[in-house]
Design a protein around this ligand. Structure first.
Ligand SMILES: [Zn+2]
Ligand SMILES: [Zn+2]
Length: 268
């Protein structure tokens, strides 16, 4: 089976047909979904989805770097965690399996002197990383145009959290960085059209690869221009298998095992 390790089924893009989207993904062989929050509201929505779809949907709670410009505070996440950590450990692990998505995104700030906003992103990210360490949860890391600062924040921690650099857009040096710190990398539908990604993917060891759609964004070719859905995971896997010169089954088996291991999902 496939696992979509990053899809925003909590977004209102799915409000009218969420059950059908999940059903169509299951028909395509995608049986489990990690749904990350980008703020407190969407994190709560992700948790609500786990309760309606136990053993199928798992939540990650976090504040996206885009939200750093608003009033979100990591203490709100702390409170959200506390609500759920009162439950038994088993039940708790069935609901929140990661902190994220969190990280750094300097793409917005191109050509702008945005030092203070970058500093705020770094502070928020570090607080989320420490929350993950405190709860022994993995982190789902979002990083765009900010790898140098990402490494300085991660390397400044008392210990390295487990986690994934999601929607990986780095180069060979970044793959080495991730490998040395036992981080996974998530590959999305842009592998079907991004020339840069297609040259990088063959160098990613299967043992550190995760599949994700980032739905409703990043729709793979030939469906670009329409809403993305987790049912396209096998299409992404097929492109990766071709680029890596391995079988589709090898990609499917390795990525499911990696996801189960990182997020502590029950083996199927
Ligand atoms: Zn992201
Ligand atoms: Zn995302």
């Amino acid at each position: 089976m496939y696992i979509d390790t990053h899809c925003h089924l909590n977004f209102d893009a799915y409000d009218t047909d969420r059950a059908m989207v999940i059903g169509n993904a299951k028909k395509a062989g995608v049986k489990q979904f990690i749904v990350p929050g980008v703020d407190i509201w969407s994190s709560q929505q992700a948790i609500a989805l786990t309760q309606k779809n136990p053993g199928v949907i798992y939540a990650a709670i976090g504040i996206h770097p885009y939200e750093a410009q608003h009033d979100w505070n990591v203490h709100d996440l702390d409170r959200l965690m506390a609500t759920y950590s009162n439950r038994t450990i088993q039940h708790y692990n069935d609901i929140i399996v990661a902190i994220g998505e969190c990280g750094l995104d300097y793409h917005l700030y191109k050509g702008e002197a945005a030092v203070s906003r970058k500093d705020y992103q770094k502070k928020l990210f570090e607080a989320e990383l420490r929350l993950a360490l405190a709860h022994n949860l993995p982190v789902i890391i979002h990083c765009r145009d900010a790898f140098d600062d990402l490494y300085s924040v991660l390397d400044g921690l008392p210990s390295m959290p487990r986690g994934v650099i999601h929607c990986f857009g780095g180069g060979l040096a970044d793959i080495r960085y991730a490998r040395d710190r036992k981080l996974y990398v998530g590959i999305d539908g842009n592998v079907t059209y991004s020339k840069t990604l297609r040259t990088i993917v063959p160098d990613i060891p299967l043992s550190m690869l995760l599949l994700e759609t980032d739905a409703p964004l990043l729709t793979p070719a030939p469906h670009r221009g329409t809403r993305n859905e987790p049912k396209y995971i096998p299409l992404i896997a097929k492109h990766i298998a071709e680029l890596m010169h391995v079988t589709l089954n090898e990609v499917k088996t390795a990525t499911a095992k990696n996801a189960e291991c990182l997020f502590g999902l029950p083996p199927h």
